[in-house]
Design a protein around this ligand. Sequence first.
Ligand SMILES: Nc1nc2c(ncn2[C@@H]2O[C@H](COP(=O)(O)OP(=O)(O)O)[C@@H](O)[C@H]2O)c(=O)[nH]1
Ligand SMILES: [Mg+2]
Length: 416
Amino acid sequence: MPRDPLIGIVGKPSSGKSTTLNSLTDADAKVGAFPFCTIEPNRATGYLQVDCACARFGKQEYCKPNYGWCSNGKRHVPVQLLDVAGLVPGASTGRGLGNKFLDDLRQADALIHVVDVSGTIDAEGKETRGYDPLQDIEWLQDEIRLWIENNLLKRWGSIVRRHTATKSSAVETLRSQFGGYGASGKLVAKALARIPNLPKLETWDHEMITIVVRAFMSEKFPTVLALNKIDHPDADKNVSKILLKHPDSKAVLTSAITEVFLRKLAKQNYIKYEEGTEFVDTLEDLGKESGLKPLDDKLKQRVENIRDLVLYRFGSTGVVQVLQAAADILNLIPVYTVRNINTFTGSSGQHAFRDCTLVKRGTSVGSVARHVMGEVTIAVIEGVGGVRVSEDDLVDVGQNDILSFKVVPGSETTKN
Ligand SMILES: Nc1nc2c(ncn2[C@@H]2O[C@H](COP(=O)(O)OP(=O)(O)O)[C@@H](O)[C@H]2O)c(=O)[nH]1
Ligand SMILES: [Mg+2]
């Protein structure tokens, strides 16, 4: 994954994808410039909350990210999000926006599946009552699988002939078939390793191909379930059902609309709200010194309801946690690159930890260098304390996650 991670938000119409995206992307005034090169209408920047390295060294005061922001050791690192709309049952055969949707999906590294647990929306996005959202988890997975599977089956005869003629391994053959999904050989190998006693590729029947595609999906599209609309009275029973049926899935309870509302009130200076927490304070709680505006009775009642129905019951609106869960299944950790390894500053000034990139835990220091600097010749890599670090060393939280690259002069080429 040499580029920046991209998280796709999927789900049936009206499940709350756009609301979830908005709740995560409502950029704060403190936010720096836009870090990503491509700007498309369905893409947005979300902010992943991580414990910043500045807190380890008591440098909170000097921490000033180039992108995102850091407040008191809590860093908000930009992550690209993609709103993948138009997925309905039958999409794999071209229904709805079917194939267009699925093409968007290719670039995603992980998925957030927004599931409407209120039971008031059917699979097509129409209003109803008592709908069972368990169905959505199943058909959505099936549509993605069928899309990949059909693409493979269409050409299966020639794939097998070529595979035999070139004496390729299953990984090599599938690597070229799945290349369009941005899959590396390593990812394909991991997917195949999930299948015990994998028979030879030339003997695979339809059933076996389905198993292979499922394994590929688990690696290519690890998924977090955002069980959304938990503020709805019918949500509880649906949530229990889903958790019971999918005990191994990563699931987070969310109320996206509540997060949007709270951030709006905070922006208008009616409340103090710390994103991702259960803490909401009003003028009544904090007094005049807070500078907060008074709430009228209606707003007061709404805030009270939100506290009772969402914040106190679930601990938060869940959306910040959903993004963290997606980063977790991708095993992403923050790595900081600095010019000066003693002060952690950049090329000028006293601001520390200006640059931070998300990479997979266990990535080699050399790949981090290429990811950040492009194809350059690195002369020396230093870690904390000025210790020499090798290109083969691996990064982890607190280990080789603060790095200074000294480049051989003249080898620098621009990356983008
Ligand atoms: N009760 C409730 N409604 C929500 C929540 N999130 C979204 N909605 C509502 O669900 C509808 C569809 O939301 P939207 O984000 O447009 O869905 P999308 O089609 O998946 O992008 C809108 O009326 C939203 O206000 C939530 O957390 N709770
Ligand atoms: Mg939408």
